[in-house]
Design a protein around this ligand. Structure first.
Ligand SMILES: Nc1ncnc2c1ncn2[C@@H]1O[C@H](COP(=O)(O)OP(=O)(O)O)[C@@H](O)[C@H]1O
Ligand SMILES: [Mg+2]
Length: 284
């Protein structure tokens, strides 16, 4: 059997757990460091056939991860997650459009194509609002803005950033949530489990020090999470939700799930790495 490729430049806690899960099952695998990855294009190179039975993409760099999936797909390798999924999840606007199309409940969202128009769009949405970068994670550069004056300041800073992508303004109503959010981990058609993430600040990312605790799986939660995972194309995904006054709202879908907090919270009751490996072997 051709080996399973695990793509990652950095081997974190998560990748170590995944390697261990593969070893427990006796599955041959190769760790592919994407910094040492290249592929020749053209018919001749393609005729050698797929080099791996399947690939699990755990690359933390967005561009390397996206193009690695694309290149392997072109060689006929099934990849988790597929490049199309990475492209959608890596962009909050593209994610929102897919969620809207699938009828997934989300906070009210608006997008302006310049920082100046962003101030007007925020005013129309109604303060307080959250301004988020289209790309990025861990809550970085997301700002809670409570009035027009603050919006002007934040968006003037945005305008000063060199990347044209930073001038596209993605805005959401700031949902009054109960000091926590919810992360649901999905692998294919299965929900692996969910955690609450508690934090003192309004951004409840585990990477910002939020505390993870097990969250019971209810249909009210599983339904929008699965709908969101399917809307972006499916795979191994982390769906972020917050509890709005009328029920859970999906914030985003993460294509490169970190699960240390989740695993610590659930202990023996869940094995994320094993669920990921199961799904990857099904995709082979
Ligand atoms: N519209 C919102 N209302 C309330 N809290 C929000 C909102 N959007 C984001 N947050 C908080 O900020 C965190 C980061 O937002 P998220 O959309 O998940 O982006 P990131 O990619 O940075 O994780 C969320 O986990 C949540 O706690
Ligand atoms: Mg998030």
């Amino acid at each position: 059997m051709r080996p399973v490729a695990v793509l990652a430049s950095r081997v974190r806690y998560e990748e170590k757990r995944i390697f261990a899960a593969l070893e427990r099952r006796g599955v041959p695998y190769a760790h592919v460091d994407t910094r040492r990855f290249s592929a020749e294009l053209g018919r001749e190179a393609a005729s050698a056939g797929p080099p791996y039975a399947v690939a699990l993409n755990r690359e933390i760099s967005h561009s390397r991860g996206l193009y690695a999936s694309m290149l392997l797909e072109a060689r006929g390798v099934p990849v988790v997650n597929r490049s199309g999924v990475i492209a959608v999840c890596g962009d909050k606007l593209r994610t929102s459009l897919e969620l809207e199309r699938a009828g997934v409940p989300t906070p009210r969202t608006a997008v302006a194509l310049t920082p100046e128009e962003g101030v007007e769009a925020a005013e129309r949405l109604g303060f307080p609002v959250v301004v988020k970068p289209l790309t990025g994670s861990w809550g970085r550069l997301a700002a809670a803005v409570r009035d027009r004056d603050a919006a002007q300041t934040v968006l003037e800073h945005r305008a000063a950033l060199p990347s044209p992508l930073q001038h596209i303004v993605y805005l959401q109503e700031l949902v009054d949530k109960p000091g926590r959010d919810i992360r649901v981990i999905v692998a294919g058609d299965k929900v692996v489990g969910a955690t609450y993430r508690y934090s003192d600040g309004w951004r409840t990312n585990a990477a910002r020090g939020a505390r993870s605790e097990p969250c019971p799986l209810t249909p009210e939660l599983v339904e929008p999470a699965m709908l969101a995972a399917r809307a972006v194309g499916g795979g191994v995904l982390g769906v972020d939700l917050i509890e709005g006054p009328e029920g859970p709202l999906v914030l985003e879908v993460n294509h490169n799930v970190e699960f240390r907090g989740f695993q610590d919270a659930h202990g023996e009751d869940a094995d994320v790495a094993d669920a990921i490996v199961s799904h990857v072997l099904e995709a082979a």
